[in-house]
Design a protein around this ligand. Sequence first.
Ligand code: FAD
Ligand code: NAD
Length: 396
Amino acid sequence: MSTVPRIVILGAGYGGVLTALRLQKELNYNEANVTLVNKHDYHYITTHLHMPAAGTDNPENARVSISKLIDEFKIDFVKSTVVQIKPQEGKVVLEDGTLSYDYLVIGLGGESETFGIPGLKEYAMNIRSINSVRLIREHIEYQFAKFKREPERKDYLTFIVGGAGFTGIEFIGELADRIPELCKEFDVDPALVKIYNIEAAPTALPGFDPELVEYAMQVLTNKGVTFKIATAIKECMPDGVILADGETIKASTVIWTGGIRGNHLVEQAGFEAMRGRVKVDPQLRAPGYDNVFIIGDCSLIFNDQGRPFPPTAQIAMQQGITTASNLVAAIRNQPLKEFKPSIKGTVASLGKGEAIGVVGSRKLKGGTAAMMKKIIDMRYLYIIGGIPLVLKKGKF
Ligand code: FAD
Ligand code: NAD
């Protein structure tokens, strides 16, 4: 180990940014060299991406320049793409060089999980990054423009969202709000537009409070969404989907929100993983590697009943904070802390002014839940960028 330990953080998402911010606060001068690597020079606020995807918000509002978040006198930022992690050699290969580390933090986030369903990778779009949501937004507008030239092609106005988890539900709420605007802009009869949300499980938002699920489905149905529940997508084609019950729906837009997995680089590095997520030890380290911490959507942690926690921003942030203090402890030869998630609740938006949520033991719906969602979003902006970021990117 070099005299000054080298800490490398991969990914400037919720976990990586929180790790970096905490390290810059807790480390003393020259106690460690910290490098943060991310493929873009901005951090994206994943929890806002459903809005720019549908076109109800500008993608600019869902990203923040990394140089505005971190103190570059304390943290070296490297804009590059990680192509390989070599834990046995203590090295990370980037598209344009190699970094050696003494301590590594992997926070590369999740990727879309297609479960091997034919055609999804090729023909469906995902809500995962600024680039992916810009594509969805442009694609949707283009379908309206194309329909005006080929009015017999009703499939241009049919929109399929595969999966009614939180991502699917939040996106479809925004899409249903955007459609009337697009109909007006392109002089299209709203009755011609079809929006389907297709869910394999026996209910939308499986595992969530049934009364709130019912409320969400009612709100979205009133906005024009057709649910097909307990119906899996079996195949995706360039012009639609085939469902498990044999039905084919013709559509030129399929958005897949059917689940996520950890980053493929984690598996390729040789860590034992389940769908790209590594079961980390209580201190968030990879099995067999005391100097490698894995956080956020690439990590797998379990509750007291032995069930995996869902991958959320909430957990990724808390893991970032624990990892930073464990890195400081490791450098100072002090004992490491166990990670204990503190789940505050879940709030999901259903489009403008509508949401559902459980916060503590309270169930929220409608305007109150929508207000809570705004508060949660602003709290995050405050944590990473203080009042200036809240004023710049917050939605009041
Ligand atoms: P991410 O935040 O995904 O960050 C990963 C980072 O790594 C990114 O900056 C990416 O560019 C970078 N990266 C990836 N690969 C490479 C590479 N090869 N080289 C360099 N950099 C790379 N959770 C909640 O708790 N509340 C919510 O309201 C909520 N809403 C959501 C809404 C949507 C639409 C979506 C999609 C997810 C939502 N989530 C929510 C889940 C939450 O966003 C994730 O759990 C969280 O982002 C995970 O954080 P992370 O740090 O693991 O990774
Ligand atoms: P998810 O795994 O939570 O939901 C995917 C849904 O797709 C499931 O309901 C699943 O049954 C369904 N599905 C799977 N295969 C299917 C098929 N073949 N056909 C039809 N449906 C199918 O994924 P997500 O919604 O992207 O969420 C990912 C993570 O992000 C979760 O942990 C979630 O809690 C979190 N998240 C949270 C919020 C929030 O708190 N507001 C918002 C978005 C995402």
